[in-house]
Design a protein around this ligand. Structure first.
Ligand code: DGJ
Length: 731
């Protein structure tokens, strides 16, 4: 066995000579490339063979001695076919049919984009072909996030076929690896499962192209050595900025090294890179923490608010949505009467959901109308702008639902352009929710989809939209693409989708947008760049929502997690409100049907949320205190950046005992006023009760305090306000 490294080195030496002759590189082997953030570093090294290797990702450490032998299995972005025998990051067939690639360092550069962000580009080239890969790393220093992608360029005379094209493929070294994934289905989104990885490959993936996150979204946490908990243990978070089919493959090799190959799913997705074309993979986000999963989440939240989502620093409006109250059965009069309810409860925006369009094929059920985006003249004789102006007259903003990528066969659009739907020749069309996906790889279709978005959002008075997508792809064929590009359909679809979404964000900066996809079927940082929030699930039973919101909170900040009070599950109203208050609060019910007391309670809650809770929840640091998976109670707190304010939420899922909850994230020295707010009493006059006038953060974190929630469906919202802020607020 000892002979092998020598043989390998000899081979490398010979290979290096050949490379040097064919293509001179500009560096000597041994060069280090370090990509640091505030509390982590990714350390790379150019080997003597000219390949780039990964040395370390994790805690900052001193330079590692340069004499280390670099094992071929630790290559940073390993290509298939020229010596690498494990799962490769890249598989390319050159124009001449050669199925191997080799990637040799050419040069690298690091540029400061601003005081916080820098970009490192490492240029690699196949020594035998004009075939280039640039590995790009953006480091967000204070958020401890590294964003990584690859640019693959074909300089050959013919097409190069890409069969694999990972965004990133870093390696980790630990005794054990524990993978936390977030799987699920319609109404069970973001369900958490954590397992120890065993040798071989474990793949989390999607093959359904559109609404591709339906059975799991492309994000995970890897715990190193032992399962990390919320506040301790080494954990790495990964999240792919891609809304199409994805693959996250975890390859645990014979030396107990783990490689995470992450990117667009290469399954059935061969891509022909034309001469001169560059394929830019979607980005992969990484963050590392030695203080558990909680810090992984806070790093993602901080990054998202600053760089990853729209309007990261703006409060989300409180929405009143009509979907659960009316379904598609409404009239103009009914909708206008709901505006009064919106006003009464203090909602900011009324969101008109599905069912407002289609004339020859009216959208009264889900079997017709998608594609025909003109207001239905029976339901809305005065059009959408009339509704918007009626809402505006009452001081309410107006939002509207769209599903622009889809078509019902029962529609004018399908009658005129049956070829615009994604379909396989010689196969009977398979519908899902009576609809088909439009083929966005066709530029005419992209133009049409943009016209739907642009016309709808240009309607005077529209200032919000919910973009839905209820159909995945299971017959991935295009009447537009030539036969040898059919496998590119789902990739091209998603790039075209991003064109439209990005146009929306640019053209309508004042129209906030919620991403929806039959519940949480499109929740990823690829689409979230263009959205303010997302709809996590059509399951709005607060008992289920606690877990669903808990799952998404691992990657997405509370302001993105739309949380609406509904009557699903018939839970106590206060319980439903308290659960929704821990996200971007909204309401989805016919508030005219509430009893006067409940109406009063709901409007008091919304007023409280807007004046005292929303900014802490949406902009604060999240600490998940007690998991709904482990105990009959769930608890979480949010703490403002300066630690002067915090909000604690406690939800009793089963009958339990009186038990302390220990807060986290507070200033140990600071004295806090601790009050229960949103307290339910028969009279609106008693809405708060004080537990401590003056208690320090250290005591609350060490000894905890006993919240007033013991029985099933009890819940409590506890507000903490620092001494000086209390005086300022006159409390
Ligand atoms: C699915 C969404 O998740 C719901 O909230 C609603 O908008 C319906 N689609 C409308 O068809």
């Amino acid at each position: 066995m000892k002979q092998i490294p020598g043989i390998v080195l000899l081979f490398f030496f010979a290979a290096t000579l050949l490379h040097a002759a064919d293509f001179p590189t500009t560096t000597a082997g041994g060069d280090s490339i370090n990509i640091p953030t505030a509390h982590s570093v990714l350390m790379l090294r150019v080997g003597d063979d000219g390949r780039v290797y990964e040395i370390h990702y994790g805690a900052p450490q001193k330079e590692i001695a340069k004499t280390n032998v670099l094992a071929r299995e630790t290559e940073l972005y390993p290509p298939f076919g020229d010596g690498f025998i494990l799962e490769p990051a890249l598989e390319a067939t050159h124009a001449d049919g050669n199925t191997s690639a080799d990637l040799i360092y050419v040069k690298h550069s690091t540029t400061a984009i601003d005081g916080n962000v820098s970009l490192t580009r490492i240029e690699l080239r196949d020594p035998a072909y004009p075939f280039f890969v640039t590995l790009c790393f953006k480091s967000y220093v204070s958020e401890d996030v590294i964003e990584q992608w690859a640019e693959i360029r074909n300089g050959e005379n013919g097409a190069v076929t890409l069969a694999r094209f990972a965004s990133a493929a870093p390696q980790f070294k630990a005794k054990e690896y524990w993978l936390t994934q977030f799987h699920g289905d319609y109404k069970t989104e973001a369900t958490i499962a954590e397992d120890k990885l065993s040798p071989g490959i474990k793949i989390l993936d999607s093959k359904i192209g559109v609404r591709a996150d339906r059975f799991g979204f492309p994000s995970f946490i890897l715990s190193l050595n032992a399962p990390a908990d919320e506040e301790s243990g080494e954990a790495i978070g990964g999240s792919l900025e891609w809304s199409g089919s994805f693959q996250l493959a975890f390859d645990l090799d014979f030396k107990n090294r783990l490689r995470a190959l992450c990117g667009i799913n290469p399954f059935a997705s061969e891509y022909k890179l034309k001469p001169g074309e560059t394929f830019t993979t979607p980005s992969m986000l990484w963050t590392w923490s030695d203080s558990g999963k909680g810090q992984v989440s806070r790093n993602f939240h901080n990054w998202a608010r600053r760089y990853g989502i729209r309007d990261g620093d703006k409060p989300r409006p409180v929405l009143l949505n009509n979907w659960e109250a009316t379904d598609m059965n409404f009239t103009e009069q009914l909708i206008v009467s709901l505006f009064d309810g919106a006003k009464k409860i203090g909602a900011d925006t009324f969101l008109l959901d599905d069912g407002w369009f289609g004339n020859a094929h009216p959208r009264n059920k889900d079997n017709a109308g998608l594609g025909d985006w003109q207001a239905n003249t029976n339901k809305l004789p005065h059009g959408v702008s009339f509704l918007a102006s009626e809402a505006n007259k009452r001081g309410i903003n107006f939002g509207i639902w769209i599903e622009p990528e889809m078509v019902n066969p029962s529609s004018d659009l399908f009658e005129q352009h049956p070829d615009w739907a994604i379909q396989q020749p010689k196969r009977e069309l398979i519908y899902g929710r009576n609809q088909l996906d439009l083929d966005l790889s066709n530029p005419k279709v992209e133009e049409f989809v943009w016209s739907v978005v642009s016309n709808t959002l240009s309607t005077p008075g529209v200032s919000y939209t919910k973009w839905d997508a209820n159909r995945f792809v299971n017959q991935p064929g295009s009447t537009y693409l030539p036969p040898d590009e059919q496998s590119e359909l789902l990739i091209k679809y998603n790039f075209a989708l991003y064109n439209v979404m990005s146009n929306m964000a640019k053209t309508f900066p004042n129209v906030m947008a919620m991403a929806c996809s039959g519940g949480g079927g499109r929740v990823d940082y690829g689409s979230m760049k263009y959205f303010d929030s997302f709809w996590p699930s059509d399951n709005t039973d607060p008992v289920s929502r606690i877990k669903i919101q808990w799952g998404f909170s691992h990657f997405f900040p509370a302001e993105t997690i739309a949380a609406h009070v509904t009557q699903m599950g018939k839970r106590p109203l206060k319980f439903a409100i308290d659960v929704a208050m821990s996200g971007a609060l909204g309401v989805d019910m016919d508030v005219r049907k509430l009893s006067p007391d409940n109406l009063q309670f709901l409007s008091n809650s919304i007023a409280l949320y807007k004046s005292e809770i929303r900014d802490v929840v949406e902009q604060g640091d999240l600490y998940r205190l007690e998991s709904p998976y482990d105990s009959p109670r769930a608890a979480l707190d949010y703490v403002s950046a300066d630690k002067s304010r915090a909000v604690l939420f406690v939800y009793q899922l089963q009958d339990g005992e009186t038990k302390v909850v220990k807060l986290r994230g507070l200033d140990p020295q600071k004295k806090y006023l601790v009050q229960e707010v949103n307290w339910e009493t028969p009279t609106a006059a008693h809405k708060r009760q004080t537990f401590y006038g003056d208690i320090d953060g250290a005591t609350l974190m060490r000894d905890g305090f006993t919240p007033p929630a013991y029985k099933q469906f009890d819940s409590a919202v506890i507000e903490l306000v620092g001494e000086s802020e209390k005086i300022a607020a006159g409390k």
